[in-house]
Design a protein around this ligand. Structure first.
Ligand SMILES: [Zn+2]
Ligand SMILES: [Zn+2]
Length: 270
């Protein structure tokens, strides 16, 4: 059995073929999937998937790439996260890939948004789904500052916990994330020819800290690269992770499943 820890089934191209996707997931032994929220405007659509389908769960959060959307307060994130079958906060984080003419100083709004998500996660003791691109040092620094890791933290709140999703960073960044107690999630990128560095990271991350995901509709694994991705293809990610680590596929499937349920505790209920 497999779990896809990160997908976007609420996106129109996937939502339109949901019955077929749910059936093909069953055929491929993909028993559960976590539907990730990227704007507050989208939340009801993501949440509805989790309410209507027993194999789906939801998160709440605003993706760092989304500008000109409703800006979430900590209270709003906390309140929405308490709805049934919402099991995580995100996706959130930092993305400096599309800076354009802007400087890093101009991106304070992203860092502020990320801080609010961390506060909401600590207030609810829910895991963070972290997206980071071209921004790993700021992402780690803000997690350190706001996550309760400072010995002088006086909030009395639990430490931030969560996953760095669709990991594409270095071994050093992976080590820093692991040191903070976070999990690392690998996507179909692991199967791409030019991803030798990432396979090195996958060799490094202990199996008991690995998650797998599709990030569908994006990043379909080889041999489907370039096609629309769905949770049905997550076994290909597991297969590559197993080959990289020299382990049996079943061992990787079982471990990543157990890790996902340990992190997103609400998914273990059913
Ligand atoms: Zn992402
Ligand atoms: Zn995503």
């Amino acid at each position: 059995m497999y779990i896809d820890s990160h997908c976007h089934l609420s996106f129109p191209e996937l939502r339109a073929q949901l019955p077929e996707i749910l059936q093909s997931m069953r055929d491929a032994r993909v028993e559960r999937a976590l539907c990730i929220c990227t704007t507050l405007e989208e939340f009801d659509r993501v949440h509805e998937l989790a309410l209507l389908h027993e194999q789906l769960w939801a998160t709440v959060g605003v993706h760092p790439d989304n500008e000109g959307v409703q800006e979430p307060t900590v209270d709003e994130l906390v309140e929405l996260s308490r709805r049934a079958r919402v099991v995580g906060i995100g996706e959130t984080g930092l993305d400096y890939y599309r800076l354009g003419e802007r400087t890093l100083a101009d991106m304070e709004w992203q860092r502020e948004r990320f801080r609010r998500h961390i506060h909401a996660a600590r207030r609810t003791d829910l895991p963070l789904v972290i997206h980071t691109r071209n921004a790993s040092s700021d992402t780690l620094a803000i997690l350190q500052e706001e996550g309760g890791f400072d010995p002088h933290d006086a909030t009395g709140l639990p430490l931030a916990r969560g996953v760095f999703h669709c990991f594409t960073e270095s071994v050093e960044v992976a080590r820093a994330a692991l040191d903070l107690g976070f999990f690392i999630s690998f996507s179909g990128i692991l199967t791409f020819k030019n991803a030798a560095d990432l396979r090195e990271v996958a060799r490094f991350v202990p199996l008991d800290r690995c998650l797998i995901e599709t990030d569908s509709p994006y990043l379909a694994p080889v041999p489907y690269r370039g096609k629309t991705n769905t949770p049905t293809l997550v076994p290909y990610v597991a297969q590559h992770l197993a080959e990289i680590k020299g382990l049996a596929l079943e061992a990787v499937a079982a471990a990543t499943r157990a890790n996902t349920l340990a992190l997103f505790r609400g998914m273990a209920a059913a």
